[in-house]
Design a protein around this ligand. Structure first.
Ligand code: CP
Length: 309
């Protein structure tokens, strides 16, 4: 019997199992081979219509989902907040139900409110994929990040991964923590006290405020952007001071007595959390993460659509 994804939606990594994650990886391996062939398209989602609804800005996630849908031969409609009737006062459920009335099967949604995708999944009759909901989760980012670690280091289990920066406001951090822990990695978060949530140790991560100690501990450093757009108060004195204490630069990497893998989910603030010479160095797998996003998202949509068969 072929393996199936355990959930009807992908709302967060918290809800899925280790088997689900491994199934996504195995499926993504096949799709990665396909999208590197001269003919990159397969008919797997030929009868599926997907709506990409983005109420927040996005470059990577939006293009990656759309390319993944095109490679799978799905029909696609795209909606952004600025071009939708939400700006005229329409509710989220009305907006989505109107789209579904036009026979849409799957909705990929990014929304600034944590829990917006869970809410939608309860109230509309379509499969929902969370493309980032506020400070809550960004599950496909975590899947592509873990897939990229597996590709680079052979396995995620037993690897030491530090997530550096604005953990408090980061949906990428939370989804990565759930995903990496489920796969058996050791996870540390590093940043100023003000940007690390209190009691985060309770979900099984270590906390370190000294970047050099964290870098000496880890196999992989995932550098996060400071999410100024989500910060209602000042969490540190200045970007210059943040960069001096928590920015990854070549000088810091040269002081380590080992090589580590550098990741970043993007968008990068060059010169703040990471310098260009590190972001563009041989240690960095930032563009591999972007490439793997397409295969990973193809796998997620293929597996979800397969549940209806
Ligand atoms: N990593 C990520 O979610 O990037 P975008 O905001 O550009 O989609």
């Amino acid at each position: 019997m072929s393996k199936k994804f355990s959930q009807p939606h992908l709302l967060g990594i918290k809800d899925i199992t280790r088997d689900d994650i491994e199934l996504v990886f195995e499926t993504a391996d096949n799709f990665k081979a396909i999208i590197n062939r001269p003919i990159k398209k397969v008919p797997s989602l030929r009868d599926v219509t997907v709506a990409n609804i983005f109420f927040e800005n996005s470059t990577r996630t939006r293009i990656s989902f759309e390319l993944a849908q095109k490679r799978l031969s799905a029909d696609i409609v795209n909606l952004t907040a600025s071009s939708s009737s939400v700006s005229k006062g329409e509710t989220l459920i009305d907006t989505v139900n109107n789209i579904l009335a036009m026979k849409v099967d799957m909705v990929v949604m990014r929304h600034p409110a944590p829990g917006a995708c869970q809410f939608l999944a309860k109230h509309v009759d379509a499969q929902i994929i969370n493309a980032g909901d506020g400070t809550h989760e960004h599950p496909t980012q975590a899947l592509l990040d873990a897939y990229s670690i597996r590709e680079k280091l052979g396995d995620v289990k037993g690897k030491k991964i530090v997530i550096v920066g604005d953990i408090t406001h980061s949906r990428v951090a939370l989804s990565n923590i759930y995903c990496l822990k489920k796969l058996g990695a050791e996870v540390m978060v590093c940043g100023p006290t003000t940007l690390i949530p209190k009691h985060i140790e309770s979900i099984g991560v270590k906390v370190e405020h000294d970047l050099m100690k964290a870098l000496n501990w880890c196999d992989v450093a995932n550098m996060l952007r400071i999410q100024l757009e989500r910060q209602d108060i000042k969490y540190f004195p200045s970007l210059r001071e943040y960069s001096m204490l928590y920015g990854l630069n070549k000088e810091r990497l040269d002081k380590l007595n080992k090589e580590i893998v550098i990741m970043h989910p993007g968008p990068i603030n060059r010169g703040v959390e990471i310098t260009s010479d590190v972001a563009d160095s041989a240690h960095s797998i930032i563009l591999d993460q972007v490439e793997n996003g397409v295969a990973t998202r193809m796998a997620v949509m293929y597996l979800l659509a397969g549940q209806k068969g």
